[in-house]
Design a protein around this ligand. Structure first.
Ligand SMILES: NC(=O)c1ccc[n+]([C@@H]2O[C@H](COP(=O)([O-])OP(=O)(O)OC[C@H]3O[C@@H](n4cnc5c(N)ncnc54)[C@H](OP(=O)(O)O)[C@@H]3O)[C@@H](O)[C@H]2O)c1
Length: 326
């Protein structure tokens, strides 16, 4: 089969379309004929090798050659313990702990997969999983956002932000989105009540406080800065960011909680197919809109990763994997 592989860390130029062996599903996995996949910041991170935690298991060379975690396609074969799906089913889901999605075929756990609604294209379905899981678990499950609460989403103009802004608004929150200058109108169009241009203003230094901060891009700040931006009993969850910030959170988060009653911690995303069903219902009912910024083919994946990594993407970037021809 054809797949996008990389053997080192570097710029997107290191990723190449190559012929590789088709994977075999484990007992609890399905083999999917991939029809579409999407790009997440985690793919950019896996290419450049930063933050450092992406090098776990492969400090100097990547452990897994193929990136890509969001997939939509048809079930080709089943591991012997798979109960809920049959060959031919149209499905979508998230390969969380390892990649493999930038390929004509990929293996995925049953737990992280749902049936694709008939009215949704493969490209639309592939734009959902990772970003929606982070947003749902940050805003709904951990954040438990209530009407009238002040919610700030840092990095709100990207893939996760598209869902997070809309979910926070649906929960009745007053939402502030933080991103670069060219994404301010985009965040407003998704429902953000206030927007902050991170190149001009530091949200931890403007005197405002929030009941929930969901941070998809936690770099450059100390946990004390986040603490300052939280209202009493407020919650801060870090979805993505640097290893230094992770260490600070693990070491100092519990101390800050004891002294100030403000909760600062990591968000560790779990896959649950019920979340995929939940978010597709919101999309189909028109309560949440999917935003696909650009579409590429599998052979153009390097360009797609570069487009996201260089900060151009407003919403999701989708890779179409045409039948039998990448
Ligand atoms: N916690 C977990 O279990 C878990 C699981 C999976 C993935 N993740 C992580 O979660 C993150 C998800 O990111 P995503 O896919 O939503 O990323 P994304 O689509 O790239 O969005 C990030 C946004 O942040 C903006 N940005 C860059 N620098 C910023 C700054 N200093 N302040 C504010 N905004 C800034 C970017 O815009 P510009 O570039 O234009 O500035 C972009 O719009 C990734 O880091 C991924 O590794 C976590």
């Amino acid at each position: 089969m054809k797949a996008i592989v990389r053997y080192e860390y570097g710029s997107p130029d290191i990723v190449k379309l190559e012929e590789v062996q088709k994977p075999t599903p484990a007992n609890n996995e399905l083999l999917i004929k991939v029809r579409a996949t999407s790009i997440n910041r985690s793919d950019w991170e896996g290419v450049v090798g930063k933050p450092l935690y992406v090098r776990i298991g492969g400090l100097f060379k990547p452990k897994d050659g193929i990136l890509g975690s969001d997939i939509a396609g048809t079930v080709e074969a089943l591991g012997k313990d798979v109960k809920q799906f049959r060959p031919g089913d149209e499905v979508f889901g998230l390969i969380l702990n390892y990649g493999g999605g930038f390929a004509e075929y990929a293996c995925i756990s049953e737990k992280a997969l749902a049936l694709k609604p008939a009215g949704m294209t493969f490209e639309e379905a592939a734009a959902i999983p990772q970003a929606a899981f982070i947003a749902l678990q940050g805003i709904r499950d951990k954040g438990k956002v209530q009407p009238g609460q002040r919610v700030l989403i840092n990095g709100a103009g990207g893939g996760t932000g598209v869902f997070a802004i809309q979910l926070a608004k649906l929960a009745g929150a007053e939402v502030t989105g933080v991103d670069s200058s060219e994404k301010l109108d985009f965040m407003r169009s998704l429902g953000a009540d206030h927007v902050i241009d991170y190149t001009k203003e530091d949200f931890t230094k403007n005197g405002k406080q929030y009941d929930l901060i969901l941070d998809v891009i936690a770099y450059h700040r100390s946990v004390f800065a986040y603490q300052r931006a939280l209202a009493p009993n407020g919650n801060y969850f870090m979805a993505g960011g640097s290893v230094a910030t992770i260490f600070q959170m693990l070491l100092l988060g519990p101390l800050i909680k004891r002294i100030t009653s403000k909760n600062i911690q990591l968000l560790v995303v779990q896959t649950d197919s019920k979340d995929l069903v939940y978010i597709t219902e919101l999309i189909q009912s028109g309560n949440v809109k999917l935003v696909i910024d650009k579409r590429y083919t599998l052979s153009e994946t390097a360009e797609a990763i570069r487009y996201l990594g260089e900060g151009h993407a407003k919403g999701k970037i989708v890779i179409e994997v045409p039948k039998g021809n990448a």
